[in-house]
Design a protein around this ligand. Sequence first.
Ligand SMILES: Nc1nc2c(c(=O)[nH]1)N[C@H]1C(S)=C(S)[C@@H](COP(=O)(O)OP(=O)(O)OC[C@H]3O[C@@H](n4cnc5c(=O)[nH]c(N)nc54)[C@H](O)[C@@H]3O)O[C@H]1N2
Ligand SMILES: Nc1nc2c(c(=O)[nH]1)N[C@H]1C(S)=C(S)[C@@H](COP(=O)(O)OP(=O)(O)OC[C@H]3O[C@@H](n4cnc5c(=O)[nH]c(N)nc54)[C@H](O)[C@@H]3O)O[C@H]1N2
Ligand code: SF4
Ligand SMILES: [Mo]
Length: 749
Amino acid sequence: MTAPAKTLCPYCGVGCGLEVLAQPQSAASDGTQPSLRWQTRGDRAHPSSQGMVCVKGATVAESLDCDRLRYPMLRQSLEAPFERVSWELALDTLAERIQTVINSQGPDGICVYGSGQFQTEDYYVAQKLVKGCLGTNNFDANSRLCMSSAVSGYLQSFGADGPPCCYDDLEITDCAFLIGTNTAECHPIVFNRLRKHHKRNPHVKLIVVDPRCTDTAKVADLHLAIRPGTDITLLNGIGHLLLRWGALDQRFIDRSTQGFQDYVEVLRHYEPALVAERCGIEEVALVAAACVWAEASAVLSLWSMGLNQSSEGTAKVCSLINVHLMTGQVGRPGAGPFSLTGQPNAMGGREAGGLAHILPGYRLVKHPQHRQQVEQFWRLPAGRISATRGLSVGEMMLALEQQQVGLLWIAATNPAVSLPDLNRTKAALRRSPFTVYQDAYYPTETAAFAHLLLPAAQWGEKTGTMTNSERTVTLCPAFRSPPGEARPDWEIFAEVGRRLGFAEQFAFASSAEVYQEFVQLTQGRPCDMSGLSHERLAVSPIQWPCPVQETPATAATKHDKRLYTDGIFAYPDGQARFMTYHEKGLAEPADAQYPFVLTTGRLYGHWHTQTRTGRIAKIQKMHPQPFLEIHPHDAQQLGLQTGDWVEVRSARGLVRLPLLITQNIRPGALFVPMHWGSLWAEDAECNALTHPESCPVSLQPELKACAVQVVAWPKPKVQEEDLQAEIGIITPAAGLPVESSRLSASPTF
Ligand SMILES: Nc1nc2c(c(=O)[nH]1)N[C@H]1C(S)=C(S)[C@@H](COP(=O)(O)OP(=O)(O)OC[C@H]3O[C@@H](n4cnc5c(=O)[nH]c(N)nc54)[C@H](O)[C@@H]3O)O[C@H]1N2
Ligand SMILES: Nc1nc2c(c(=O)[nH]1)N[C@H]1C(S)=C(S)[C@@H](COP(=O)(O)OP(=O)(O)OC[C@H]3O[C@@H](n4cnc5c(=O)[nH]c(N)nc54)[C@H](O)[C@@H]3O)O[C@H]1N2
Ligand code: SF4
Ligand SMILES: [Mo]
């Protein structure tokens, strides 16, 4: 056995260190692969995870050789079969198509949709190609569905993006305030660190705000099961009580913030009785939560999609940050607002400028100087980078409907499952004159909408970097060859760039060279990583900021693992802002016709659209099939029992699911996991129900709430095995979800 390769888990934004071991096998599985089996285990030397991993990290290697896309495939229309083509032909076809669209429609006819599962090098080369060389800002990523409200919240409150905290804070804090995050299932190793600290220290309080009693909420000292969408009211209600009690850090407010008087005006409206009533909680619970805030010397907030995925996502994030600002709970050990990043490299995407409104180095498209700096660095003519913000992914779908898109290029995401209002989304995807889909697996649901498939090398088959939620950058080296002719994403973007005449801009010989160039562009920026290189990261993961002046020796004595420790924020005047908002409420509240609010989210074992986890037997067994969570009271009113099948309908579509009757959800609210697209179950796509209404600032859609009705549905006697054989995929055995399967979904470490 050779020495283990050290890398990062390619799933969630906790960013656990993994060691990968090769185990020779006796026979090759399909004659084309080297006969090696890979096994992962936690890397004890990794600073973020200290040797721990969850079931996803522990099993990831099992999916490496299943159903991979190996060769470029082309077809003339969506009805025609795919035919294998050479890379030469595939890349020439793509470059010619791009040129034709630019000549006939201009560069804004091109839309590229990427992913927080890119490595930073992939992201960077894509930005250089799309925003620099082609001259359109139409590059968006699935982070739009995920972290964009956190990005805009940090930007509004602090003047720059970037989570200010670090994981050590999990073991220092007196109060962990978890709002809109099911940390136990979705960020298990962060939760594990926090939980150990909580267990060992009786004075440490854990508060969870979530309409569902999740595995996270079950171990909380206080669970506030608020009505979906009432976070701003709750947060302003806590602020109101803190103000009333004088539990403020007046010195911090005076020195480091602006806008406190406006905030005070807003808070006046949030009397406890009113807040409790609107949020659907007991007034004593609200007061208890505020008391913990008032008494704790360090409060650490963790949040995720329950805040971000909202039609007022930015307002929710700013309302949370306001409570930290009024109490001076930021820039200190154990304190601060800490967004838990969803994907493994959504952070790197932000650093590299991977959304339609940003540029590399935490720069903004709308900022003339930022555009100029990047153009000069890329040796492009002045004015090449468009001053217009690019289309968000939601806007790309609208542009497809209006036939304004000449070419759509999708990579490392599966929008035919993960975008809202899926029936309309699929219809829009069908209108694309030419869609390129660059993925590691085949089939996926989105492949059905593509003309050209490009096989991507994935985790372990390409070398690059990823940044986790605490700003720690880890090098992820290739430890095996890609299957067939699959290639790293950055290489594919660079090849297309060269074919379009930008030989000088894409003369990279390796991903280390790409990284070297990228980090220079961060110099002097809030996310300064100019001191990083693949060479340095090969020794150990490093947290940014890490300016070029910082040597390994100075880094070892660095104390500031946190941002804003000096109370100076990223606005030019150094002051943070109280950005004040009243709650507007859900974009689509329940009504007489659609009386339930449906929320959607994740289960411990599965990852998103199951491209990997659906192909891993242990995880399939853990979560055999989709279901609808409903409160016993609601089920009784409808005359339904656990295991009965129901049809859930919104104004846009329907799903058919078996019921899981549970006290873990509020009456009036329902929950469906997001993991089952059309390849994995019939009529179980939760996004058939969701709507695309988005936060006006972050453009992030409200995936956490839509109005639905529920009716009994007699399950027809379809032979499940026949269906499975037809789609050629191992799907879960028929069987009803029972409470025990939820219990077995609890993290084991
Ligand atoms: N196992 C697993 N882990 C994952 C992923 C995965 O697919 N599987 N994906 C990763 C990614 S990309 C992401 S973005 C994260 C997501 O991580 P989380 O955000 O923790 O996960 P979700 O299940 O989407 O939603 C979190 C919670 O928000 C609650 N919620 C719904 N509406 C509201 C509301 O109005 N207010 C409040 N306060 N809460 C609400 C839901 O009940 C749910 O429990 O997970 C990451 N980790
Ligand atoms: N209703 C509802 N919808 C949601 C959410 C929700 O909570 N509720 N959450 C939203 C959020 S937060 C997210 S992040 C999205 C996630 O949604 P998606 O991004 O659609 O989900 P994934 O299944 O992770 O898709 C990633 C794809 O990238 C491929 N891949 C993996 N590695 C590589 C690589 O290195 N290169 C290339 N080219 N391909 C690769 C995988 O095979 C897979 O097909 O879903 C969003 N949609
Ligand atoms: S917690 Fe996240 S990063 Fe860590 S092993 Fe699990 S999925 Fe991977
Ligand atoms: Mo996400």
